[in-house]
Design a protein around this ligand. Sequence first.
Ligand code: ADP
Ligand code: MG
Length: 242
Amino acid sequence: MTDEWLLRAEGVGKSYGETRALIDASLTIGAGEAVAIMGPSGSGKSTLLHVLAGIIPADGGRVLLRRGEGAAGADEIGSLGDDERSALRLSRFGFVFQQGLLLPELTAAENVALPLLLRSVPRAEAARRSEERLAALGLAGLGERRIGQLSGGQAQRVAIARALIADPSLIFADEPTGALDSRTADEVLTALLATARGPGSALVVVTHDEHVASRCDRVVRLRDGRIQETAGTDPIPIGDPR
Ligand code: ADP
Ligand code: MG
């Protein structure tokens, strides 16, 4: 990885009523870096991931994202408007959620093609790229099936194909390998890691699996909403982002 940072959280907090899900979390994700988030159930892993991705607003602190494609400076995700945030998600972020969130009335290939169709990529090209992604994840020939006709592991790979199809630079994955056997999990992780290695790219992956974590550059451990330790590379020195 380079010494460039891509995404950083500064003193971020999030409460749900009385529950303090995330407390004073600070974290820097470097360009080209893969970071695993681990911790017991309920420790705030999903909350941290969703706050980093701008899916839920933090109620304290800020999250900064470096501008893409060589542009100088950074944006504070929380201060962007809804439209800007949606545009950002569509253009630079890819998500693999804990539940795949696939659309059951569409086929696997249609689910995978969806992010491209939302970006007005022509249908034939979207279909071709969808088939390629499915094949790369070991799902060649299954594109015409509906989600309900796939196993849990296959459906999870469809979700991953969808997350990767628009070549996002930042991938957020919440237990992406939980439903997979260890060999498939390894293949899926390899695909996720390959995407994270580009100069303006990164992977943030919530996992319970020590093997998954060991293939990442760094592990961030959460307990009761607080970041405990980060093992691996040193924190990146931060200049002023603006
Ligand atoms: P993890 O992903 O580590 O299991 P979460 O981030 O999902 O943890 O949850 C952290 C804490 O916040 C838990 O106590 C959980 O019950 C609570 N929580 C998460 N989401 C919500 C929500 N939408 N409403 C209320 N409480 C929530
Ligand atoms: Mg979770």
